[in-house]
Design a protein around this ligand. Structure first.
Ligand code: GRF
Length: 203
């Protein structure tokens, strides 16, 4: 069975969606640990409620060694690292040792509204500023860049002219909660392969 670690920084609603999918039997994988870079992340509580092992690896305590510390925790213990609202940038050995085994969810249709500094409500403010008619979410592999790894799957939602950033965010989040467990399931079933740097889905 695929063993996963979920990395969070905040509310952890995507983590909750993963735990719920596992519990309902829709997602067949084992959640080995939750790691947060913030000690007050609500997602930690969600994990503890389900008796999942939690770790806090904060910038304050680990500074430049944050990625290395996370690598130590996941090395040999999980097959896949899932970034679900994780705000620190991973670098160094973890990226090479877990090449194509780290995925991230981003609340836009990459390559729109992504990259450095583009997170949280800002993503949706920018989408509304541009007047796009559709936005959505993307699950992609993580590489050394920001939101630049191969795209695995995307979901689209409509954008209405009367939307506030918070309304758009919430519409997209609903899709994130379906998409992320689905992609983890596809990886667990070995249905995602990389061909010439593009993620291809085998049904
Ligand atoms: C989500 O919108 C995710 O795409 C982004 O950060 C948000 C995290 O939400 N990377 P949550 O912590 O899962 O509730």
């Amino acid at each position: 069975m695929l063993k996963i670690a979920v990395l969070i920084s905040g509310s952890g609603s995507n983590l909750q969606a993963i735990m719920d999918s596992i519990e309902s039997g829709e997602l067949n994988c084992s959640l080995e640990m939750v790691i947060s870079d913030r000690e007050n992340a609500y997602g930690l509580e969600r994990a503890r409620n389900k008796n999942i092992k939690t770790y806090v690896v904060s910038k304050k305590d680990y500074g430049n060694c944050l990625s290395q510390e996370i690598f130590k925790l996941v090395k040999g213990r999980v097959d896949l690292v899932v970034l679900a609202g994780f705000l620190s940038i991973l670098e160094g050995e973890i990226l090479t040792e877990f090449k194509n085994r780290i995925i991230n969810i981003h609340p836009s249709l990459i390559p729109a509204f992504c990259g450095k500094g583009m997170y949280g409500i800002k993503v949706h403010e920018e989408a509304l500023k541009f007047g796009v008619k559709f936005s959505g979410c993307t699950v992609h592999f993580v590489d050394a860049g920001t939101d630049s790894g191969a795209i695995i799957e995307q979901r689209v939602v409509p954008v209405y002219c009367e939307d506030t950033p918070a309304e758009l965010q919430s519409r997209i989040l609903t899709e994130e909660h379906k998409l992320l467990p689905q992609v983890i399931g596809l990886i667990a079933e070995n249905k995602i392969r990389l061909e010439k740097d593009k993620a291809v889905l085998f049904r």
